[in-house]
Design a protein around this ligand. Structure first.
Ligand SMILES: [Zn+2]
Length: 497
């Protein structure tokens, strides 16, 4: 039964990914789920009047989202329980003066966004998605989401006969010369731009004459799919990081509506290009929302600073699973497995925000949920990637742990994940959102590092048999084995329920 539940959760994740070909689509899909569950839409320009227990969401620029539920206690007393993720993914963005004609072909100019594995974009069925700016009579233009449902263009590689050594020397793709997709053949007197505009306007349900601008991306036309012998793996575009967004969203929807602490999720834009965008982790988006939530509960900057000091954040982003063909690229003692459970990411240079305390707290949340956890450290002789965790943690001053589900081919147009991991991640995140309430009920502020362990932490978990540990345990040097949940027994079973 538990495996069925995990599979159902992953099928739901695949639906969410398919609904979110761009960050704007993903934010709209998240907002629709929240509104269906009764979460009220807030406007950053209007005053906020919120009552305890009320769910809310707001977006900035349509590509970032903050949502949550007001706790029964003021944030100054119970703090915030936050989950962060990013909703953008690396890819190719269409240049404004597109399409153009060249040597009998109709092509699109594209720019590289973030760090995609460019080769994976070649010889695939691609289509277009994004936003249209649509003129309105007597009002400001509005933004309409657009997505063409069928394959529309391709980036063909040069044939092997023109590059005989490519398989030995590696495929080199010049971003300016080699990535322009072919949209069709030059239509002679029929201009391609007009035909494309008509197609886009039709897909968005607007009149071509009313479209005054477009912001388009190339996206994979193929829907996500279960893809392995026993359907234990799935393949999809943008697992990094719509899996993190979906986990945050589902945890918020599942968390109790009566919690003392105010729960908040933030889906940031711009992570793949450094997070310095208006709805990015390095902006005032979350910062301002948290401060307003604090001020709505009671006046005073001191209350806001007290709220921050009583808060915790989990940053969810993809993690690297062991790749059997490239095993030497991993640290030999930190080898996360697909379907081995959420991965806690650690880096000495703080490319991940994880600290001793936040790691211990997440491990405890996972143990309570019956979710196994794994640990990741990048090879010491390779530069480590990063994510929103350190940026948001530094900006907000809120202790943060970086976690993520294991995946293969990160930043490929089509990535691979395990079917069991999403449910385990969501279960651990629900504990993170709800656990703060139980802790706050016992104490009005976060316990000092040397505080005695809660009684429940000393009991073995009835569902997993694992003993629960707290940060205080690990401070004494007693650590959990680095890869709990990676053994064959863990791989074959669903989430413990
Ligand atoms: Zn990511």
């Amino acid at each position: 039964m538990a495996a069925d539940r995990a599979r159902k959760t992953t099928l739901d994740l695949m639906d969410f990914i398919h609904a979110g070909p761009t960050a704007a689509h993903a934010v709209a899909a998240a907002a629709a789920r929240l509104e269906a569950a009764g979460f009220a839409r807030l406007d950053e320009r209007a005053p906020w009047r919120l009552r305890p227990g009320q769910g809310f969401h707001l977006s900035r620029g349509a590509t970032g989202l903050v949502a949550g539920r007001v706790g029964s206690a003021p944030p100054a007393e119970a703090g915030f329980r936050i989950i962060g993720a990013h909703c953008d993914s690396p890819g190719l963005r269409v240049k404004p003066k597109s399409p153009y004609e060249a040597r009998g072909y109709l092509q699109l100019g594209v720019e590289v966004y973030g760090g995609p594995l460019l080769a994976s974009w070649a010889d695939r069925d691609l289509t277009l998605a994004g936003r249209l700016l649509v003129r309105r009579r007597g009002g400001e233009p509005r933004v309409a989401l657009v997505r063409v449902a069928r394959p529309l263009c391709r980036i063909p590689l040069a044939a092997i006969h023109f590059q005989r050594e490519v398989n030995q020397e590696g495929l080199k793709l010049d971003a300016q010369k080699h990535l322009a997709p072919i949209l069709g053949l030059d239509g002679g007197r029929a201009p391609g731009a007009g035909a494309l505009l008509e197609l886009l306007a039709g897909a968005a349900g607007v009149r071509p004459a009313d479209v005054v601008g477009a912001d388009l991306e190339l996206v994979d036309a193929q829907p996500p799919a279960l893809a392995s012998l026993r359907e234990e793996l799935f393949a999809a575009p943008r697992i990094d990081n719509l899996a993190g967004c979906h986990a945050a969203l589902e945890a918020l929807l599942r968390a109790p509506a009566t919690a003392r602490a105010t729960t908040v999720i933030a889906l940031f834009d711009g992570e793949e290009i450094g997070s310095q965008v208006p709805s990015g982790a390095d902006s005032f988006f979350l910062d301002a929302a948290l401060e307003r939530l604090s001020l709505a509960a009671g006046p005073g900057r001191e209350a806001w600073h007290r709220a921050r000091a009583a808060s915790w954040m989990v940053s969810v982003d993809g993690a690297h699973a062991l790749h059997p063909n490239y095993a030497e690229m991993h640290d030999p003692h930190h080898l996360p497995a697909l379907n081995g459970g959420p991965v806690i990411k650690v880096n000495a240079k703080q490319r991940y925000a994880t600290s001793l305390l936040t790691r211990g707290r997440f491990e405890e949340c996972a143990a309570r949920a019956g979710s196994p956890v794994q640990h990741y450290v990048h090879r010491s002789d390779l530069p480590c990637g990063s994510t929103i965790g350190p940026i948001a943690a530094a900006r907000l001053g809120i202790p943060t742990v970086d976690v993520g589900n294991p995946m293969l081919a990160m930043h490929s147009i089509r990535e691979t994940g395990g079917v069991l991991d999403q449910e385990w991640m969501i279960a651990a995140l629900v504990e993170h959102l709800g656990r703060g309430e139980r802790r706050s009920a016992r104490r009005s502020a976060r316990p000092p590092a040397a505080a005695p362990r809660p009684r429940s932490a000393r009991r073995p978990d009835r569902r997993t048999g694992a003993s629960r540990e707290t940060p205080a345990v690990r401070r004494s040097g007693v650590g959990r084995p680095p890869s709990r949940g990676r053994g064959p027994s863990a791989r074959g079973r669903g989430p413990a329920r």
